[in-house]
Unconditional design. Structure first.
Length: 210
């Protein structure tokens, strides 16, 4: 989102520049005329940095101790925002940010990718580029949130459903909601609470409004 990118830019202008794999530049301050790299700004954001699988992705999933409290806080924020009389575009952007907070609350943060559900391929091999796939697309959840009677509990339950995949697996899944897309793509999904294979279609049925 534009406002988020602008915020990152303002914050980064106050910090030393850090680039991966360039030790000699780790604490090099931004030059006063450092606008040359502005066109390359997306390369420096967490959303665009490549993340690779590693041995830790085979670790057992342990939910954060404050998970339920964070979900309760997010529900309060969602409820307040849904009722707020502001423009639809701004409301949609803010609701989307809260959906991301549901994902991050589970431990599946933008820098760790340690969610509960992971593909067998990315667990087994180190060095693969990995991505997070939302079982229920955020645009579907946003559509319900912006509807007349959103079920906040159900939306939060579905917003936390993500699978960490290899990048090529992520490209292969269909643009649909529910676990069927993993079956169609031939992707084996593990529940990393106990490292067991799950039936994605049974675990995550198709999205239907109640």
């Amino acid at each position: 989102m534009k406002w988020r990118s602008q915020l990152r830019f303002v914050v980064l202008m106050e910090l030393p520049l850090r680039l991966p794999d360039h030790d000699d530049l780790l604490h090099r301050p931004l030059p006063a005329q450092g606008i040359w790299w502005l066109s390359k700004w997306p390369e420096f954001t967490l959303n665009n940095m490549p993340f690779l699988s590693g041995p830790r992705h085979g670790d057992r999933y342990v939910p954060p101790s404050d998970l339920l409290q964070r979900f309760a806080d997010i529900k309060l924020a969602l409820g307040a925002l849904v009722a707020l009389p502001i423009g639809a575009a701004l409301k949609k952007d803010l609701l989307d940010e809260l959906l991301w907070q549901v994902t991050f609350a589970t431990g599946n943060t933008q820098s760790k990718f340690m969610g509960r559900y992971r593909s067998a391929k990315m667990v087994a091999a180190a060095g693969l580029k990995i991505e997070r796939d939302h079982v229920y697309r955020r645009k579907t959840l946003l559509q319900e949130l912006l509807g007349p009677t959103p079920s906040l509990d159900r939306i939060i339950a579905r917003a936390q459903c993500c699978v960490v995949l290899s990048a090529d697996e992520h490209r292969s899944v269909s643009d649909i909601d529910g676990g069927r897309k993993y079956s169609l793509a031939g992707i084996t999904v593990y529940d990393m609470c106990d490292h067991t294979e799950v039936d994605p279609e049974a675990l995550w049925p198709a999205y239907e409004l109640e």
